[in-house]
Design a protein around this ligand. Structure first.
Ligand code: AMP
Length: 210
């Protein structure tokens, strides 16, 4: 199954994409994680992406389209994949349609108010991509998966979060319509207080998994 996870920042795309990756044994391809890794490694692409990411703006289309096109050539994508955070503009979606056949675009919908609360308490592992919320960490500072020190993403600062939400509304939300018209959109409406497991169950049901 070739999937796209759509939805505003903080809706839980990464969390559910990772759970599904483990269940279906197909890779989660997160452009955000790939860009952050490039930033951490100090590559030319990482350095040029940094200012966009830290301002909550989108990295230019050509850059992310190139990354995804290369990544989808890898052997591990032959049985399917989950695109998490790509496409984010109609131009990216049109480019994607030229080199990939998508089965389902899953839209994870959540209220802005919940998103802001969620992102301000989010802590991430820059090594393996695992994400946590301070309310469940009980003071722990290291990643439970790989032991790396957890950090707050610079773009999770409140003023940047507002910008990311505006960028989402202006540039990414039109993809909901785009995939609706293609007949492959499915939506999961997240209850505001839903646990990860509850929402993941909705994701599974929406995808028709037994
Ligand atoms: P994410 O981890 O998906 O929230 O992405 C973090 C940041 O990386 C975004 O706010 C953008 O600056 C950049 N980014 C990730 N994916 C894309 C994309 N498909 N197009 C443009 N910028 C992206």
């Amino acid at each position: 199954m070739n999937l796209i996870f759509l939805g505003p920042p903080g809706a839980g795309k990464g969390t559910h994409a990772q759970l599904l990756m483990n269940e279906l044994n197909i890779p989660q391809i997160s452009t955000g994680d790939m860009l952050r890794q490039a930033m951490k490694a100090g590559t030319e692409m990482g350095l040029s992406a940094k200012r966009y990411i830290e301002a909550g703006e989108l990295v230019p289309d050509e850059v992310v389209i190139g990354i995804v096109k290369d990544r989808l050539q890898a052997d591990d994508c032959k049985r399917g994949y989950i695109l998490d955070g790509f496409p984010r503009t109609v131009k990216q979606a049109e480019a994607l349609s030229e080199f990939a056949q998508i089965d389902v675009a899953l839209n994870i919908a959540l209220d802005d108010e919940v998103i802001v609360k969620r992102l301000s308490g989010r802590r991430v592992c820059l090594k393996c991509g695992a994400t946590y919320h301070i309310s469940t960490l009980n003071g722990k500072e290291d990643c439970a998966v790989c032991g790396e020190k957890l950090v707050q993403r610079k773009d999770d600062a409140p003023e940047t979060v507002q910008n990311r939400l505006s960028v989402y509304a202006a540039q990414t939300a039109p993809l909901i319509d785009y995939y609706q018209k293609k007949g492959i959109l499915r939506t999961v409406n997240c209850p505001p207080a839903g646990t990860v497991q509850e929402v993941y169950q909705l994701v599974r049901e929406t995808l028709g998994l037994k």
